[in-house]
Design a protein around this ligand. Sequence first.
Ligand code: ATR
Length: 281
Amino acid sequence: MITGKTKLLGLIGDPVEHTLSPYMHNAAFKFLNLDYVYVPFHVKKGGLKAAIHGAKSLEIKGLNVTIPHKTDVIHYLDVLDRTAKLIGAVNTIKFENEIKGYNTDGLGAVRAIDETTSVKDKKIVILGAGGASRAISFQIMLCGAERLIIANRTLKKAFILKKNLVEKLDADVEAIDLGEKLKEELKDADILINTTPIGMYPNIHQKPLVTSEMMHENLIVNDIIYNPLETGILREALKASAKTVTGVKMLIYQGIESFKIWTGVEPPVKVFEEALAKVLK
Ligand code: ATR
């Protein structure tokens, strides 16, 4: 029940109609008997500054931030945690004396993969060089991956991300396009992550960038797309007897990390999973 003592959390973005975050967070508040409620707020580009100031005045405790605000929101925050600063994007805000920005997207992906194997000392190939790739690339290098290959349609974008990673983390990173070099690099890769929108609903039959003959059975293949749950690249992985990590896991773990930042409590993965299973079925 919402009372005068209930603490408010939420999400700002444009659009927000299809977000799955309220299902996960509100289910966990109920399960853990925490007096919080999580509400999505539709905030257009021009309204971002007012939204952050308003949230502070309303004593909202925390927000998730989604497209198109993840970068612009930084202007209106007082401090950034190290990872958010490195990535240059924020998906979680905590309002205390200061307004602090965090980024749990990369950690969400690393924890999802962690259920199968640690990224530490691994050779990882990541497809795409956009915002999601950037968050995940920084986090996997921070978590001790040995080598990262960024494969992107537009080579220049992969190079820019590589340059950033080398400058900021002195990481072992290579930038390639989607040609023959990708096949070569996959031969001894440990983990493959797709961050491109290929195969996302409604384009579920789009041909994946990597097919089964380019994979090996010790490869772990992660797609960050969760709609559909089984994407083309994951089907190719199964054909190659490789292990798969679905995108829903990243969604769950980025949410769990945000929940921890706001409440100080680690919610059970199962509660998040069951809440999502109900809406995604
Ligand atoms: P996000 O924030 O989700 O990462 P993004 O910043 O738009 O989204 O990045 C999407 C990535 O998927 C880009 O790296 C894009 O490649 P380009 O840099 O060449 O644009 C990649 N991508 C999107 N559609 C693609 C397609 N049909 N084939 C190959 N790569 C594609």
